[in-house]
Design a protein around this ligand. Sequence first.
Ligand code: ADP
Ligand code: MG
Ligand code: MG
Length: 201
Amino acid sequence: VAELDTGFFVRWLTETASAVDREADRLTELDSAIGDADHGSNLRRGFTAVTAALTDKPPPSPGAALGLAGRTLVSKVGGASGPLYGTLLRRTGRELGDAATVSREELARAMSTGVEAVAALGGAAEGDKTMLDALLPAVRALPESFTAARRAAAEGAVGTVPMRARRGRASYLGERSIGHEDPGAASSLLLVAALERSWEA
Ligand code: ADP
Ligand code: MG
Ligand code: MG
């Protein structure tokens, strides 16, 4: 079984930052339909700071890389997505402890705990039209492969289109939230797709 080292986790986070930067306008457009049109700029600001922090203070372990990224997102992103993604990365990192390398199966278990922490923080469940609709299927598929996880996240994100939002700003729209992809589910797909690319890199 191939092991994932600190370099892999740093690649994952910087690949995510590049994808967020490329897709920021699209994320903000999705958020303009059912939110307040800031999701792309929120995440761009956050992940730009993550890349800078990783360069400034090269982390000693996979867990430390995720912890640093999570703390940076919490401090730099004012919107709902900052604390939520921050919790995902910090909690996942804490589960990995100070191991020098982890297997994909170990990452899947740790991320599953991280995603549960996001659900607990935001009070959302699958089907509420949030980032969880991409993240939960992705972590369920992760023990199989990174490609399976990316496909599951993609299906999950598209699957939010017909949903009615029950959490976050989009829930204020009630029925009018139906027919639009959730911005957070779209950005979660970027995070999971970056995992696959970092593995192939
Ligand atoms: P804000 O809504 O504060 O402007 P963002 O636009 O950055 O924050 O992020 C919005 C995204 O955050 C939503 O598309 C949704 O996926 C996610 N989100 C919002 N509230 C919750 C929640 N309670 N639980 C899970 N995800 C949430
Ligand atoms: Mg917003
Ligand atoms: Mg906002």
